[in-house]
Design a protein around this ligand. Structure first.
Ligand SMILES: C[S@@+](CC[C@H](N)C(=O)[O-])C[C@H]1O[C@@H](n2cnc3c(N)ncnc32)[C@H](O)[C@@H]1O
Ligand SMILES: Nc1nc2[nH]cc(C(=O)O)c2c(=O)[nH]1
Ligand code: SF4
Ligand SMILES: [Mg+2]
Length: 215
């Protein structure tokens, strides 16, 4: 767990127990990426990430201190009132102990998905794990094992090689996706199309929410 300095002793304890979490934003939308593209889902975005991807599309999430500490019980109540599939993302959500949040969400009947770089070990009970590995902080072994979906971001040519290395680390039933880095999409998409035609174990994932101009 990462340290948030401006907190009381009581808040520190609740953070440690996963009962309090820095929440950047939460919103009901359509899953834009990967295996559940097009499905109505409620997103909970946790603050805090030290992986440092230079092309990250949510850099405001990185500093956990900027995001209000919120009770897991409260966010679970709000999220489950609106949707039955909840995506926990960030920031890097596995920086936090998700045991308590996922227990409460499951008690309320939700199905829980996560978007993670895998840089920290799994916590909590998660029904669908989307692993998006990063070269700067490779995934932990337990996250490779837990992954249902591997989503590799293509920024440059070398990323195809990295994607193959990562595909060799996940289980045989893990679904494999290549997703262009958004700012490089015009150059990369034709190359990704050709790559998938030649290597059909891969599928293409697009950030469809950006085309739809929704959150
Ligand atoms: C913002 S991250 C948050 C979750 C976690 N930190 C991770 O990286 O998986 C959510 C997803 O967006 C992807 N992503 C972030 N910036 C992107 C960009 N500029 N273009 C394409 N995908 C991006 C990440 O690789 C990840 O799959
Ligand atoms: N609609 C929508 N789909 C998404 N899939 C993964 C996202 C993320 O930022 O984790 C995301 C997001 O931010 N919005
Ligand atoms: S790991 Fe995820 S949140 Fe962190 S910098 Fe990379 S894309 Fe952004
Ligand atoms: Mg996003």
């Amino acid at each position: 767990m990462i340290n948030i300095t401006s907190t009381t002793t009581e808040q520190q304890q609740l953070l440690k127990e996963g009962k309090l979490l820095p929440i950047m934003e939460h919103f009901y939308t359509i899953q834009g990426e990967g295996a559940y593209t097009g499905v109505a889902t409620y997103f909970i975005r946790l603050g805090g990430c030290d992986v440092g991807c230079h092309w990250c599309d949510v850099k405001d999430s990185w500093d956990a201190e900027k995001h209000p500490l919120t009770l897991a019980d409260d966010i679970a109540e709000i999220a489950t009132a609106q949707a039955s599939i909840i995506v926990i993302t960030g920031g890097e959500p596995l920086m936090w102990d998700l045991t308590y949040l996922t227990k409460v969400l499951h008690e309320k009947g939700a199905r829980i998905h996560i978007e993670t770089s895998g840089a920290y070990s799994m916590s909590g009970e998660i029904d669908w794990v989307c692993l998006s590995p990063k070269k700067t902080m490779l995934p932990k072994d337990d996250v490779y094992k837990a992954a249902h979906e591997l989503k590799c971001i293509i920024f440059n040519q070398h990323d195809f090689k990295f994607a193959e290395e990562q595909a060799a680390r996940v289980g045989k039933d893990c679904v494999l996706y290549l997703q262009t880095e958004w700012s490089k999409r015009e150059k990369n998409l034709p190359e990704i199309v050709e790559y998938v035609k030649e290597n059909p174990k891969w599928r293409i994932s697009l950030q469809t929410h950006k085309y739809l101009d929704i959150p």
